[in-house]
Design a protein around this ligand. Structure first.
Ligand code: 6R9
Length: 659
């Protein structure tokens, strides 16, 4: 990025105050910011008391060897005990932990007592397979209760898990098994997706033919779909045969707070995937606190639903560890939002009386595209807090979400964080913050974040630059698995001590562009790699996309900068039209004029292309790098993390060659 800061283009004037009743009974009030500011480490030490420790920590943060942090290092705990057993011991065994809704319509509810029995049996089963504390276990499952049980069973015996998205290919799975040197793989015959059983086990069989996977001794297979499955005698074991015959008793061992909990791979744009390592005490403290604070969870009355897949960090922190540590009742749904019909999610909200709903902008934009009349058919009056995560949420999508899902009554919390941060970092608090559509706004109590320029200087209000985190936080990644140097280079070298004129402290470089508005609130502007340089101006893809989505005919937009001889890069936009809109004559001109009016002539796209779909990762992030390949007439780069690779063929077929 050049020296010029990101152009600060978008203006958003709408404001929404917290509902009075929610504010009056909120879990967290404005006082928390003051308290954390006065004594940051004391604040986190207090939050650590949400957990049940086998040995209470006496030390909060050890930052003597930055950027390698230790939190609560002399404390001991068992994560699974904290997420399950202690609730049963507190008399809450009959509370439902998980309402499971399968895609074909099967459902079952597990209480905390049920969960305790299942986790104990699975922990005993893994032990019988020879898994010991410290051994890595790969989990490759659909969104079924066994995925949660498997993760908790690993945590219970101190075996770090590496969950791989059920949709990833054998290649992606093999790379992750190799890098973590996994000893056991837990999978299923298949899962239901879009109305059909979809096989998983063949990908495991294929991955295990690759060199570097020889240390996998056993494959534990859940029967979900009942489809025909190849069997490797001596290696493969059925879950229902091994786990079901185990004892329901299992004594949880206490591990040190820095014992590894999981490795989760993030793809990044280049190079091999990074195995992000998280540990136990600090991680569980922050996910439990943020889940309590950001969603205002009242465990005795709320029904919480996060629609993420457990293979994404959002599933780890806000389906498994945060909600269960807090004793929540939650929904777990196996399938897609439009199977068998486009109202499926809202039908589930109505069925279980969901009160807190957490999803991604991509899903909200899909619902906008399908039309307002679909959610309107269901009773969504139980909802009281709505959350968003994964990408910047366009202001128009935010307002649509609040109005059509939240009856213009519920707060919307836009939560910024990453696999690396482990837990939510920047977000409004539903009972405190006056929200602004499109902005994640303020660091949570106990979190320090700001925006800096190329020289690591904090930018003034109203200016843009790079998002940095200026103090260590409890759920921070500890390193990249097996590669401390890459950890230093990727996150700390850019703005670390001695790396720039003013760099004296350790600052974590998040890789996101951001700006501060006139009130000092933070707006995320997308990955720094995606920022466009147009005639000497840095323009964020997010802002141009948001301007396009604010046009009534546009449901979704993806913007890239394509090399251009006159302007360095030219803005090229791919748009999905709303249900009722058609590709009429003059539409492209109308949209170009609309962007110019909203953001100024510099941001006017040179080309706009209506398309049916956009390339996305399994967690719903738009893969702009592939669209850049298309816009620049190049062969496509790595497509292995794409949900549906036929999308790219569709887009390419629409594109007139070199314009
Ligand atoms: C939790 C998660 C991290 C990247 C992050 C940023 C983008 C996530 C966002 C957001 C704007 C938000 N991101 N939440 N951008 N506003 N509320 O998504 O983790 O998959 O590791 O992705 O996602 O670009 O750097 P992960």
């Amino acid at each position: 990025m050049s020296n010029e800061s990101l152009a600060n283009l978008l203006r958003e004037e709408r404001r929404f105050a917290p509902p009075a009743d929610l504010a009056a009974a909120a879990n967290v009030t404005a006082e928390a910011y003051e308290q954390a500011k006065a004594d940051r480490l004391g604040f986190w030490a207090e939050q650590a008391r949400r957990l049940t420790w086998a040995a209470e920590p006496t030390e909060t943060l050890d930052w003597s060897n930055p950027p390698f942090a230790k939190w609560f290092a002399d404390g001991k705990l068992n994560v699974a005990y904290n997420c399950v057993d202690r609730h049963v011991e507190n008399g809450l065994g009959d509370r439902v932990a998980i309402h499971f809704e399968g895609e074909p319509g099967d459902s079952r509810s597990l209480t905390y007592a049920d969960l305790q029995r299942e986790v104990a049996k699975a922990a005993n089963a893994l032990t019988e397979l020879g898994v010991q504390a410290g051994d890595r276990v790969a989990i490759y499952l659909p969104m079924i209760p066994e995925a949660v049980v498997a993760m908790l069973a690993c945590a219970r015996i101190g075996a770090p898990h590496s969950v791989v998205f059920g949709g990833f290919s054998a290649d992606a799975l093999a790379t992750r098994i190799q890098d973590a040197d996994a000893r056991v793989v837990i999978t299923s015959d298949g899962g239901y997706r879009r109305g059909k059983p979809s096989a998983l086990k063949p990908a495991v069989d294929e991955a295990l033919t690759r060199p570097g996977t020889e240390n996998v001794r056993s494959v534990l297979v859940v029967r979900r779909t009942g489809q025909e499955t190849a069997w490797h005698e001596g290696r493969d074991v059925w879950w229902h045969e091994l786990v079901d015959r185990q004892s329901e008793q299992h004594t949880p061992e206490a591990f040190g707070a820095e014992h590894p909990l999981f490795i989760l791979y993030t793809s990044g744009t280049t190079g091999k995937p990074k195995g992000i390592l998280h540990t136990t005490g600090g991680y569980l403290t922050q996910v439990a606190y943020t889940h309590h604070a950001v969603f205002d969870l009242k465990p005795e009355s709320d029904v919480y639903w996060c629609t993420a897949d457990v293979g994404w960090v959002t599933g780890h922190s806000y389906i498994v560890y945060g909600p269960l540590a807090n004793g929540a009742t939650e929904v777990l749904y196996e399938g897609t939002p439009d199977t068998p019909h486009q109202g499926r999610w809202w039908e589930i909200v109505q069925k279980y009386g969901v009160t807190i709903f957490y999803t991604a902008p991509t899903a909200i934009r899909a619902c906008m595209k399908w039309g307002d009349d679909i959610p309107a058919k269901f009773d969504l009056s139980s909802l009281r807090v709505l959350g968003s995560v994964g990408e910047p949420i366009n202001p128009e999508a935010w307002v649509w979400y609040r109005r059509n899902i939240g009856a213009d009554r519920t707060p919307v919390v836009d939560t910024w964080w990453q696999t690396e941060t482990g837990g939510i970092m920047i977000s409004p608090l539903p009972g405190v913050t006056e929200t602004k559509p499109g902005s994640a706004q303020v660091p949570l109590p106990g979190i320090a974040a700001t925006v800096v320029d190329d020289e690591a200087r904090e930018v003034p209000d109203g200016a843009g630059g790079y998002l940095v985190l200026t103090e260590p936080w409890p759920s921070m990644l500890r390193t990249i698995w097996g590669d401390d140097q890459r950890y230093l280079d990727t996150y700390w070298a850019r703005f670390g001590p001695g790396q720039s004129a003013t760099g004296v402290a350790w600052r974590y470089f998040a890789g996101d562009g951001a700006k501060k508005d006139d009130d000092g609130d933070i707006w995320l502007l997308g990955r720094v790699d995606d920022v466009m340089l147009v005639s000497g101006h840095n323009i964020s893809t997010t802002e141009v996309e948001s301007a396009l989505v604010s046009h009534p005919k546009v449901a979704e937009a993806a913007v890239v900068g394509a090399t251009d001889p006159q302007t360095t890069q030219a803005i090229c936009a791919f748009v999905i039209l709303r249900g009722s809109a058609s590709e009429s004559e003059g539409l492209v001109e109308e949209l170009r004029a609309h962007v110019a009016k909203a953001l100024g002539p510099i941001a006017k796209p040179k080309r706009i292309l209506p398309v049916a779909e956009l390339p996305k990762t399994r967690s719903g992030k738009i893969m702009r790098r592939l669209l850049r390949d298309v816009a620049e007439n190049r062969a496509l780069g790595d497509v292995t993390t794409l949900t549906d690779s036929s999308v790219m063929e569709l887009i390419q077929s629409k594109l007139p060659t070199a314009s």
